[in-house]
Ligand binder design. Sequence first.
Ligand SMILES: O=C(O)CCC(=O)C(=O)O
Length: 344
Amino acid sequence: MKIEDWPSAKTTPALYRELKALGLLEHLAELEAFGFTVLPPEKVGPQEQHDAAREAVLRIACERKQCAVDELAAVFSDGQELLRFVLWDDPVFEKLVLHPAALGLIQWLVGTDCILSLCNAWVKGKGDSRTAIHADWAQFDMPTMAVEAYGANFNYLLTDYSKEDGGLSFVPGSHRWRRWPSSEEAAYWADNAQVIEAPAGSMIIWGDHTWHGSYPKTTDGLRLMVLGMYNRPHMQTQEAYRQTVTNEALARNPRRFARLMNVYNAMPWGKTPDYAKAMQAPQGYLSLLDDEPAGDSQQVPVDADFHTYDQKTGEMIKQQMSSKIVSFADLYKGQPAARPKASE
Ligand SMILES: O=C(O)CCC(=O)C(=O)O
């Protein structure tokens, strides 16, 4: 079938074509059928990238724990930690969060306008510690999950995974159940979930409906992994990317990085919605394969004065709302229908 840019399907045709070109349709089918998929190391990057990520994680762990690399196994014995907010600690992480295959499959789950919520290094030592069976659905006051995922993850493995290595485990098909596990179910699946056996350099992708956990690590040494989590853009991110991204970071990355940082979201607004900010947002589908640095075309917007009512913008909104049927979805996003003309 010829996949055309059918407007009713929004950005899905463009994303689908790119996933196909990247040889990812089988992974997409696995995500749909079982709720998770594993990309082999050769689809994730060259050995130099795996080595650079591993080095970065070990360096950060040593810096934060104030120890030498050969002391880390003792520091993490019988324990594990998510080392938070590592995106700005090494250039390799900016490449990883933009990874075309991972981001493409994640966009399939949470939309092409998704934003980055977490970028962590996960270090786990030998011992009994393990992650309980859970779903990443973080709307704790919404016990029933929406049909669509609101969040999606990649785990980039920097050491081999198996049951003995304390690997990640899944309950295949659980993404269709659209609820959290009860404590009894979590206890049952802890030792019955399907473990991932995969070599270092692999990437595991799943959405926030899928039940997962991990096994205790019985082998010597550390289990190392980089976690990226993405949300739909209306959500509060777990880490402060929008607040900390710089013009230099936007300039050295392709335009979809600005979207991941969510810098142009018109919300929250004060007395006047900040359309000038929303107008700077890249529009439409952004190719996963674009690696052209954005240069100064993307800038971190200066926050508007929330307490000032801007007469000109207010008048424009009044006219728009009076002269036609208003799409609030467009208004909220600062989409063209709601934008002031260039001359205004
Ligand atoms: O590896 C683990 O222990 C669990 C990973 C996990 O829960 C996650 O990345 O969301």
